[in-house]
Design a protein around this ligand. Sequence first.
Ligand code: GRF
Length: 202
Amino acid sequence: MARLKCAVLISGRGSNLKALIEACADAAFPAEIVVVISNVPGAGGLAYAEAAGIATRVIDHKKFAGREPFEARLTDALADAGAELVCLAGFMRLLTPGFVERWQGRLINIHPSLLPAYPGLDTHARAIADGAKEAGCTVHYVVAEMDAGPIILQARVPVEPGDTPETLAARVLVTEHRIYPEAVRMIAEGRSQPLPGGKVFR
Ligand code: GRF
């Protein structure tokens, strides 16, 4: 069976991209990465893609007059690569409702909290400040409202006494690297329910 063609969008370090690349390196994995796109020139994650022989594109949002022209270029790059699923992996640009609607059910994100708790930034610091006993991460479909889309998969980790945002982030990150490939597998195998209007994969 043909593998699901994924694009991965990054802005930085790319450790989740690395986890996806490693999963896709197994010929039995039902998805492949056809392009990695960064909006930040020199983003660390680009090196993982290059080392794996995956096509990379840099589309620097600062070179565009606004979100729409930036996203038009993004759309062209995704079409050129034949992407069927778009995976945001530390991609730090908000996407317009128009872009999100066009990719409805085919656009996913990983977020370092147990959504719906702690959407947005600084999730770990906020969880610690609240005295939360549990933290985790979520892979979800992207909808226009930030971090609010249907959940595909979550993983829980304990918040340990003395945790700092950094130690908690590191514990959560280990689970991110496990569930992001697993969520992509679920979608590729048709075991995840996309949004109405979204394409049902296989
Ligand atoms: C991860 O914590 C992810 O959940 C969040 O941004 C971070 C990206 O890390 N959306 P990396 O670039 O994948 O290492």
